[in-house]
Design a protein around this ligand. Structure first.
Ligand code: ADP
Ligand code: ZN
Length: 529
C-alpha cells in the first residue's frame, strides 16, 4: 500500500494524465468531474464505452476521504480494483467472497483514511452495521453504478437498490453520483426520485453509437444464416454470439467450430477454469467468436469486438442496446446482427405467462417485449427507433439495414383477415384454439393427420391461403403478433385475437406488412422472394 499516491486537492486534468494516461477529458467528463468535486450531486446517462469510470473515480481521488462505489456486479469488483491498484490508486472492495480476516483488513484501511476508493455490493450497504461502520470513517463521494437497477419498471430491477433511497440521510453532505448506460425517460425520472437526487445536475449524453450498424433479419435457418454472416466479416474479427439457453450456446459453438469458425462457449454452467480459459483466449487472440448467454460481457473491456450477433430475441430493448453496445467500443465500424422469428415471439410470450410474478410484473415484461418486437418489425430506421425508445430524437441514420435497403411492404389486409377468421371460426364453432403451425396448415390446405382427424379440411377457410408459402404465413403471423393483433397464450402458444383485430376484420385498419428479405445489407444469403 506504500506505492499509493495522494491526489487530494490535485488538478483533475493532471490526475487524469498521471493515473489514467489520458490526454484530455472526453465528452462531458470534465463538467461532471468539476461539478462533483465541488460537492454537487449528479445523474449521468452515458452509453457503454462513454467513460463513466473517470466521472466518479476522479472526484474520489481529488476530494478528501474515500469514494464509495456501489456496484451490483460482485464478479467484476476484483478486476476493477486490481486495475486501479496497478495504476497506483488505493482501492479495495468489501463483499461476500472475502474471508472475515480480509474484510477486517479493508475495514481498518478505510477507518485509517488510507483508501481512495471502496467498492461495495448494494446488499452489503443495506445492512445497518455497514452504515455505522462507514460513518466512523470519511466518505468523499458516493457513486451508484448501474443506477437503472433501482427502477421497478426497468428491465433489470434489483430490490437491493431500493435501500439506496436514504443514502442522503445516512451520509449527509456527501455528494452522490448515479450512473447508467441504459435509461428510458421514465427510468431516468424514477431513478432520480428513488435515489432522492432532487438537486442533482443531469448529464445526458447521446445514446447513439454511430459506428454500429444494426441489422435484423427473419430467422429461417439460424445456424446457416449465422455462419454466412460471420463469414462475411473481415478476417480476424472478434465477435460475440448471444443465445438464450446454455444448451443452445453449446450446440451453436460446436456447430460454428465444425464450420471452421474459431468459436468458444461461455455460460454459467461451465467449469470456472473453462470459462476463464475461454474468456482469456477471447480477450487476447484475434478472431475468436464467443458464443455466450447474456451473463457474458458485463465489464469485459475488449474495445475491438467487431460484431455482436443475437440468435435469440432479447427480452427488452434495454438488453438489446446493452448487449449490442459491446461491439465497436474503439469507435471503428462494427455490426449488430440478429436473426429473429415467429418461434421467438411465441416462446417469449410463453415464458412471460409462466413466470412466477404477479399481473403487474407480467405486464411490464410484456411491454418490454412489445418494444423489442416493434424494433424488429419496423419499416423505418432501426437507429431512429432505438434512440427514440431512449427519448432521443434523430433522423434516418444511413447505417442500418432498413436505411441501406428500404424494406418492401405489401398490403396484408386480406391475408390477415383470412388468418384471423380461421382463428375466430375454430374458437366460435368448435371452442378450439391452436398454434401458428396448425393454423397455417389449414389455410394452405395441407393434408396432415391432425387436419383429417379434426375434420379441419371441412372448414370454410381450409385452403384459402395457398397463395402464400409457409414462410410467408409465418412472417404474417409474426407481424400480427408484434402489433398485438394476435396474442399467443399458454404453454403451446395457441393464438387468439387481440383488441386491434376487430378493426382488421371489418377492413377498417390497414395492415401494411414488411416483406421478409434475407441477407439484407450484404450479410450474404440473398433474396428469397
Ligand atoms: P463505461 O463505464 O462508460 O462503459 P469506461 O469508463 O469503461 O466506460 O471507459 C470506456 C473506455 O474509454 C475505456 O477503455 C477507457 O480507458 C476509455 N476512456 C475513458 N475516458 C477516456 C478519456 N478521457 N480519454 C481516453 N480514453 C478514455
Ligand atoms: Zn437507419
Amino acid at each position: 500500500t506504500s506505492a499509493h499516491r495522494d491526489f487530494t486537492g490535485a488538478d483533475p486534468a493532471a490526475v487524469l494524465h498521471e493515473v489514467y494516461g489520458y490526454d484530455a477529458f472526453r465528452g462531458e467528463q470534465a463538467d461532471i468531474v468539476q461539478h462533483v468535486i465541488a460537492g454537487g450531486d449528479a445523474v449521468v446517462l452515458m452509453p457503454t464505452g462513454g467513460g463513466k469510470s473517470v466521472c466518479y473515480q476522479l472526484p474520489a481521488l481529488v476530494r478528501p476521504g474515500t469514494g464509495l462505489v456501489v456496484s451490483p456486479l460482485i464478479a467484476l469488483m476484483h478486476d476493477q480494483v486490481d486495475a486501479l491498484v496497478a495504476n497506483g490508486v488505493a482501492a479495495a472492495y468489501l463483499n461476500s467472497t472475502q474471508s472475515p480476516t480480509e474484510r477486517a483488513a479493508v475495514e481498518q484501511a478505510y477507518l485509517r483514511g488510507e483508501l481512495d476508493l471502496l467498492y461495495i455490493a448494494p446488499e452489503r450497504l443495506s445492512m445497518a452495521q455497514t452504515t455505522t461502520f462507514l460513518q466512523r470513517g470519511r466518505l468523499s463521494v458516493i457513486a451508484v453504478d448501474e443506477a437503472h437497477c433501482v427502477s421497478q419498471w426497468g428491465h433489470d430491477f434489483r430490490p437491493d437498490y431500493l435501500a439506496l433511497g436514504d443514502l442522503d440521510e445516512r451520509f449527509p453532505g456527501v455528494p452522490r453520483i448515479a450512473l447508467t448506460a441504459t435509461a428510458t425517460p421514465a427510468t431516468h425520472r424514477e431513478l432520480t426520485e428513488r435515489l432522492r437526487l432532487p438537486r442533482a445536475r443531469h448529464f445526458v449524453s447521446s445514446f447513439d453509437r454511430p459506428n454500429i450498424q444494426y441489422r435484423i433479419e427473419p430467422k429461417v435457418d439460424p445456424r446457416r444464416q449465422l455462419v454466412s454472416f460471420i463469414r462475411a466479416q473481415p478476417e480476424g474479427a472478434a465477435g460475440i454470439v448471444y443465445a438464450l439457453s446454455r444448451k443452445s450456446v453449446e450446440q451453436t459453438a460446436a456447430y460454428l467450430a465444425g464450420q471452421g469458425v474459431d468459436a468458444l462457449p461461455y455460460h454459467a454452467g461451465l467449469d470456472a477454469s473453462v470459462r476463464a480459459a475461454n474468456q482469456s483466449r477471447f480477450l487476447r487472440e484475434d478472431g475468436v467468436v464467443m458464443v455466450a448467454t447474456i451473463a457474458f460481457g458485463m465489464g469485459i473491456d475488449k474495445p475491438d469486438v467487431r460484431f455482436v450477433a443475437h440468435i435469440d430475441l432479447p427480452k427488452s430493448v434495454e438488453g438489446y442496446y446493452q448487449e449490442t453496445g459491446r461491439a465497436g467500443r474503439d469507435g471503428d465500424p462494427a455490426v449488430a446482427w440478429m436473426a429473429y422469428g415467429l418461434g421467438d415471439v411465441v416462446q417469449q410470450r410463453r415464458m412471460i405467462d409462466q413466470s412466477p410474478g404477479d399481473r403487474t410484473y407480467k405486464m411490464r415484461l410484456g411491454q418490454h417485449l412489445d418494444a423489442m418486437l416493434a424494433l424488429c418489425e419496423t419499416v423505418g430506421c432501426r437507429r431512429q427507433n432505438l434512440l427514440g425508445y431512449f427519448g432521443q430524437e434523430s433522423g434516418p441514420c444511413g447505417n442500418c439495414d432498413t436505411c441501406l435497403t428500404p424494406p418492401d411492404t405489401w398490403d396484408g389486409l386480406v391475408a390477415s383477415q383470412k388468418f384471423l377468421s380461421t382463428v375466430v371460426r375454430l374458437q366460435r364453432e368448435r371452442g378450439q384454439s391452436f398454434g401458428a403451425g396448425h393454423l397455417i396448415d389449414i389455410l394452405r390446405g395441407a393434408s396432415t393427420d391432425r387436419i383429417r382427424q379434426q375434420g379441419h379440411d371441412r372448414l370454410a377457410t381450409y385452403g384459402i391461403g395457398d397463395d402464400l408459402s409457409d414462410q410467408d404465413w409465418r412472417s404474417v403471423v409474426r407481424q400480427l403478433l408484434a402489433r398485438g393483433i394476435l396474442v399467443a397464450r399458454g404453454e403451446y402458444g395457441t393464438l387468439a385475437l387481440g383488441d386491434p383485430a376487430a378493426g382488421v376484420l371489418r377492413g377498417e385498419t390497414p395492415v401494411p406488412l414488411r416483406r421478409d428479405v434475407l441477407g439484407r445489407g450484404g450479410s450474404g444469403g440473398g433474396s428469397r422472394q
